[in-house]
Design a protein around this ligand. Structure first.
Ligand code: DON
Length: 569
C-alpha cells in the first residue's frame, strides 16, 4: 500500500460496516481501548485474527508494562474451517548468547543481569508473530489492523490509576533509561500521574513504519540498527543478524480430550500442553464435585497434581530443539496413569530438592481472547516477562523484554519465579526459553466453547487449570469461574500459595495436618476469557482482580461506529 493510501486509512475513522460478516464477535483484554480496537475491527469485517493483531498492537501502546513490540508470546488460533494452529512468536536467545552469559568470575550467576538492563533482552518476536498471523489468517489490509495502535500512540492515552501506580513503583529504574524518562515522566522527573495524557511520538513513528513496511521494518534498517547500538552501549549482546534470523514457528497444538470437551493447548516451548495433559486426566475420575470446591481434599489433590506436573515441566521441558524427550511421551496415557496412581487427596508429596526462595509478586504479562461470528477464535498470551521487561527502551519508543531470565541461567538454581529448571532449558544461542504461558481454546462438538489464558509466570498454568475446573467441574457461571479465588503449587518452593478467600478454616486445618506449608498472596493471575453460554451467546469476562474490559460486538453493530456493548468495566 502506498503512503498516501495508508494515510487515508489512518485518517478515516473506523466506520461500522453494516454488512460486516462477523458482527457477533467479542473480545476481552486487560485494557479498555485495546478491547475497543478489537471490537471495531470485528465490526468492520475483520476476523478474530485481524482483531487480535489490532489488539496486540494497541496493548503495546496503552499497557506498556506488558503489551509489547519488544517481547513475544503464543497465539492459539481456531479457524472457522475447524483447523487449529499454535503460532509461537516467543523471543529467542541472541546468537551471541551461551551458557556462560550470566556467569560471574567466581563461577556463580548474576541473577540481576538476566532481569534488568540490555543483557537481559532476548530477540523480540512480537512484530514477526503479528505479521505471520495476519499473513496466514487475516482478511483486512495490514495497515488497517495497525491503525488503531498508531492512532493511540499519536493522540495519546490517559494514564489510569493502575498504570500510574505501576510507573511510580518502577520509577527509579525506569528513570535511568533516556527513552523511558522522555516518554513516561513529567519534565520535573515525576512519573506520569493518573489522568495525564501519555503521547508516544517515537512509538507512533515505529508503528507507522510497521504499517507501511510490515515486518521488514524489524528485519533490518534504522529501527534495528538503532536498537542494536543502544544494546551495545548498554552492555547487551543483540546484533542485526539476530533480527534477520528470527522466525516465528508453527508448533503442534495439543488436543486434550477431557470430560465432554477438548482442550487445545500450546506445546513446547510452552509448558501448557504437558501441564494440562498430565493434570486434567489425573483429576478426571476423582470426585472433586462431590467433595466441593472449598474442601481440603479438593485443594490438596489439585495441589499434588500441580506439583507433580511442575516437576516434569522443570526437569524435561525447554525449546523443543533442546529437549531430550518428546513432549508427547510426557503425556502418553501409560505415563499419566502411573503418575495419577501416586496421587491421593490424603497425602502430601514433599519435593525432594532444596527449597528455593518464593517467587516475586509484581510481574506482568497479559492475555487476551477474541472470537468472531464465523466460529474463529484467538487466545493470545504476550509478555515482556517482568513489568516493563528489562526496563530499557529502544530508540523506537518501546520496552524490551527480560525473557532471558526464563532460561535456567544456571540449571538447578531458581529464576525470578523460584522455578528450578534443567539442562533442557539452559541458555543456548537461537533457542527459546521455556514458558508457562498457556493460551487455551476449549471446543465442544468442534465449536469454540471457551477461550482463556492469564499472566502470572508459573501461576499461569494453575490459574488456567483452575478456571477450567471452576467452569467444567464445579459448573460455575462465566464470571464466577474467573472471579473465584485461586491457589498455586509448583514443585519448588514447597509451599501452597493462595488468595485470601480461597481456604476456609476446615481446608486450612486439613492441609496443616498434611504438613502443607501455606502462604497467602494478594492475587494470582489476570484472566481475560470468553465463554459460550447455554443460549449460544458469548460472555466475555475479564478478571475482577484488575481493571480490564470485556465487550461483545453488538449485532447488528450500531452505526456509525461499532460501539461495543459493555459487559463489565
Ligand atoms: O513465559 C513465561 O513463563 C514468563 N515470561 C511469563 C511471565 C509472567 O507471566 C509475568 N507475569 N505476571
Amino acid at each position: 500500500m502506498s503512503l498516501a493510501a495508508l494515510l487515508l486509512v489512518l485518517l478515516v475513522p473506523l466506520q461500522a460496516d453494516v454488512a460486516a460478516p462477523f458482527p457477533k464477535g467479542a473480545a476481552a483484554s486487560s485494557e479498555e481501548q485495546a478491547t475497543a480496537a478489537a471490537c471495531r475491527v470485528l465490526a468492520r469485517g475483520g476476523n478474530a485474527v485481524d482483531a487480535a493483531v489490532a489488539l496486540h498492537f494497541a496493548l503495546a501502546v496503552t499497557y506498556p508494562a506488558a503489551g509489547n513490540l519488544g517481547g513475544g508470546g503464543f497465539m492459539l488460533v481456531h479457524l472457522p474451517n475447524g483447523e487449529d494452529a499454535f503460532l509461537d512468536f516467543r523471543e529467542v536467545a541472541p546468537l551471541a548468547a551461551g551458557p556462560d552469559l550470566y556467569r560471574t568470575a567466581d563461577g556463580g550467576v548474576d541473577p540481576e543481569a538476566s532481569r534488568t538492563g540490555w543483557k537481559a533482552v532476548a530477540v523480540p518476536g512480537a512484530v514477526f508473530g503479528m505479521a505471520e498471523a495476519h499473513r496466514r489468517w487475516g482478511r483486512l489490509p495490514w495497515p488497517e489492523v495497525v491503525a488503531p495502535a498508531l492512532r493511540l500512540a499519536r493522540e495519546g492515552f490517559v494514564v489510569d490509576e493502575e498504570e500510574a501506580a505501576r510507573l511510580a513503583a518502577h520509577a527509579d529504574v525506569l528513570r535511568a533509561d533516556p527513552v523511558a524518562r522522555e516518554t513516561f515522566f513529567l519534565p520535573d522527573g515525576r512519573p506520569l500521574p493518573s489522568g495525564a495524557r501519555c503521547r508516544q511520538p517515537r512509538l507512533a513513528a515505529t508503528l507507522e513504519r510497521i504499517a507501511v513496511e510490515g515486518e521488514a521494518a524489524f528485519r533490518s534498517g534504522p529501527l534495528v540498527e538503532e536498537l542494536v547500538a543502544a544494546s551495545r552501549a548498554g552492555g547487551g549482546v543483540l546484533s542485526v543478524e539476530d533480527f534477520a534470523a528470527y522466525r516465528p514457528e508453527l508448533r503442534p497444538v495439543a488436543r486434550i480430550p477431557w470430560r465432554d470437551v477438548v482442550v487445545l493447548a500450546p506445546t513446547p516451548p510452552s509448558s501448557g500442553a504437558v501441564f494440562l495433559g498430565q493434570v486434567l486426566p489425573c483429576l478426571e475420575d476423582r470426585p472433586l464435585r462431590r467433595w466441593g470446591w472449598a474442601d481440603g481434599r479438593t485443594v490438596n489433590l489439585v495441589g499434588e497434581a500441580e506439583a507433580l506436573a511442575f516437576a516434569t515441566r522443570n526437569r524435561f521441558l525447554g525449546d523443543p530443539a533442546a529437549m531430550a524427550v518428546d513432549w508427547r511421551d510426557l503425556v502418553a496415557p501409560e505415563r499419566v496413569e502411573a503418575l495419577c496412581r501416586r496421587l491421593s487427596e490424603r497425602r502430601r508429596t514433599p519435593p525432594d530438592a532444596l527449597v528455593a526462595p518464593a517467587p516475586g509478586e509484581s510481574l506482568e504479562t497479559t492475555h487476551f481472547s477474541v472470537v468472531d461470528g464465523a466460529g474463529g477464535a484467538v487466545s493470545c498470551t504476550t509478555t515482556l516477562n517482568a513489568a516493563y521487561g528489562a526496563k530499557v527502551m529502544a530508540p523506537g519508543g518501546f520496552f524490551l523484554n527480560d525473557e532471558m531470565d526464563d532460561f535456567a541461567a544456571a540449571p538447578g538454581a531458581p529464576n525470578q519465579f523460584g522455578l528450578v529448571q534443567g539442562e533442557a532449558n539452559a541458555v543456548r544461542a537461537g533457542m527459546r526459553p521455556l514458558s508457562s504461558m498457556c493460551p487455551v481454546v476449549v471446543l465442544r462438538d468442534g465449536e469454540v466453547d471457551a477461550v482463556l489464558g492469564s499472566p502470572g509466570g508459573p501461576t499461569i498454568l494453575t490459574t488456567v487449570l483452575q478456571v477450567l475446573l471452576h467452569r467444567y467441574v464445579f459448573r460455575m457461571d462465566p464470571r464466577e469461574s474467573v472471579a473465584a479465588p485461586r491457589f498455586h503449587r509448583q514443585d519448588l518452593p514447597d509451599v501452597l500459595r493462595h488468595e485470601p478467600e480461597r481456604l476456609d478454616g476446615a481446608a486450612r486445618d486439613f492441609l496443616f495436618a498434611l504438613g502443607q506449608p501455606l502462604e497467602e498472596v494478594g492475587r494470582l493471575g489476570d484472566v481475560n476469557a470468553i465463554f459460550r453460554t447455554a443460549s449460544g451467546r458469548w460472555t466475555p469476562v475479564c478478571d475482577p482482580r484488575r481493571s480490564g474490559a470485556a465487550w461483545r460486538v453488538a449485532n447488528p453493530p450500531p452505526a456509525p461506529r461499532a460501539a461495543p456493548e459493555p459487559v463489565r468495566r
